[in-house]
Ligand binder design. Sequence first.
Ligand code: X2W
Length: 286
Amino acid sequence: MKTQDMNRNWIATAETLSHALPYLQRYDEAIIVIKLGGHAMGSDEAMDSFARDVVLMRQVGVNPVIVHGGGPMINAMLEKLGVKSEFVNGKRVTDKITVEVVEMVLSGLVNKRIVQAVNRQGGTAVGLSGKDANLMICDQTDPALGFVGTPSQMNPKLLTDLFAHEIIPVIAPIGAGRNGETYNVNGDTAAGAIAAALKADRLLLLTDVPGVKNAAGEVVTELTAEHIREMTRDGVIAGGMIPKTETALAAIEGGVRAVAILDGRAPNAVLLELFTEHGAGSLIRK
Ligand code: X2W
């Protein structure tokens, strides 16, 4: 027997869908680049839920692109292999053996886990790295960091071709060197470069913190590039948030309309950000 009470949830669902209409219209054919950091990749259930949200985006006419990290997964594999690894200013010092492990873990294990999760939800995902179709050509960032690359030439045509076929690209942050080198690229940096090359409508940086916090420790929901510069100068933005806000500023300079920094572990984070009035995390605009 069903009661009216049990129907309340469905009524709320219908109402939510109805309220989403203006947002669905706004994002029709929009290019949304989603950076999924290693720390935001939780259990298989959380991954399935993320994948379902991305497939829903595709279903309603958005062109989603996933760029992933995988720092903790690289650490775990390096440890198993007994290879030591250290970070300088948020970047992994990457020697020859390390770059091989980084490519295996990111382009292999991590990339295919995400591709499979999206496909299991009924989407069509294809896994790539910056090497495919010369998507991301890199130069060495700093000789002291070894095989760490800075994106210097982007060739995003393959991605727009995939959009035309409603295929969801899933991209590992590995860059191609001009002389056949393999470069390890910070995941946020890669996502920013890809979003700028596509002149994306949104870059969503999914991380494990709820957003950019002010001096009182509250998440600021809307900021300009100028606010970010001020808060960095005053030391309010510090530590691990700096690479994220730097990526955000560079992406906006590069032509991305807005960047959101949000907690990828929160349920339906990307849907909340894109399709509701509430939004999620911090939205940064020019
Ligand atoms: C990163 C690439 C992975 C990454 C690394 O080796 O860990 C550099 O540091 P998250 O999960 O997004 O942190 N590359 C140069 O960025 O992963």
